[in-house]
Design a protein. Structure first.
Lengths: 117, 144
């Protein structure tokens, strides 16, 4: 299955990246390119919506970590929306739940962001 | 005595696009072999991780050699063996295989694959031999 990646920017300057499909060693470069492209365009506050992700492996995790490093270099943020237990399990196994902010919905993430300001 | 024959054996060119095929085949054989439905996601992910690692190693060292996956449907265990042909490769990531900057960036230099395999497979054995690395993983299986 192909990986579908699209994005939009909210009025509070948060760029939401919708990801749909399987993120693995074959498809992960597409997500990496999207993250790089957004950072190059000056988008430093990213929220990756993973609710439609059907599979995620360590290559996908690596891409997300790479994206996080990029935005942090600009004092930015990269957070996730994910409620799927089978995806969350991979973050727990690798200890990355301590690295990424993980929210139940885009609205929750935006609310949290407002409180941080 | 005849050697043990894998239920299904799969060899594929070391291309990322084929890793998904290996995952799907492994999951189908595991289901047929009596692995609980709740464990099939773990089989799928762990096999994918092992195959991804092998593909990366082959692309650097021996792109013409296929990656081999053996799926064994035993009496009470379902076993998967992923074998690469990269000699003396340190599976922990500190060996002789040089990973391209591109792949290293994809993986975030974190070597997360083994952490995922270790966290998912019920039983894991990783052995580095002169002919390559062999990752053996197994899960309980129930027979009707």
């Amino acid at each position: 299955m192909d990986l579908k990646v699209s994005d939009y920017t909210t009025d509070d300057d948060l760029t939401v990246i919708n990801v749909e499909g399987e993120i693995d060693v074959y498809t992960a470069p597409k997500l990496r390119e999207k993250l790089i492209d957004l950072v190059n365009k000056g988008k430093y506050h990213l929220l990756v919506d993973m609710e439609k992700v059907e599979f995620l492996d360590s290559t996908g995790l690596g891409v997300l970590v790479g994206g996080l490093k990029r935005v942090r270099a600009h004092d930015g943020s990269l957070e996730l929306v994910c409620t799927q237990e089978r995806i969350l399990k991979i973050f727990r196994i690798t200890g990355l739940t301590k690295v990424f902010g993980i929210f139940d919905s885009v609205d929750d993430a935006r609310e949290h962001r407002k409180k941080q300001k | 005595m005849a050697p043990e024959i894998a239920t299904v054996e799969l060899t594929f060119s070391p291309l990322p696009v084929h890793v998904r095929t290996a995952r799907l085949v492994a999951t189908a054989v595991a289901r047929r072999g009596g692995v609980e439905e709740g464990l099939l996601d773990e089989v799928r992910l762990a096999v994918g991780e092992a195959c991804s690692r092998a593909v990366e190693a082959h692309q650097q060292q021996c792109p013409a050699e296929p990656v081999r996956v053996a799926l064994r449907d035993g009496a009470d265990r379902f076993e998967v063996v992923v074998t690469d042909r990269v000699p003396n490769d340190d599976p922990a990531g500190e060996g002789t295989t040089e990973v391209s900057p591109d792949l290293a960036e994809l993986n975030g230099d974190l070597n997360l694959g083994f952490a995922v395999i270790a966290g998912l497979a019920d039983d894991v054995d990783i052995s580095s031999t002169p002919s390559g690395v062999e990752i053996t993983m197994s899960w309980p299986a129930k027979k009707d």
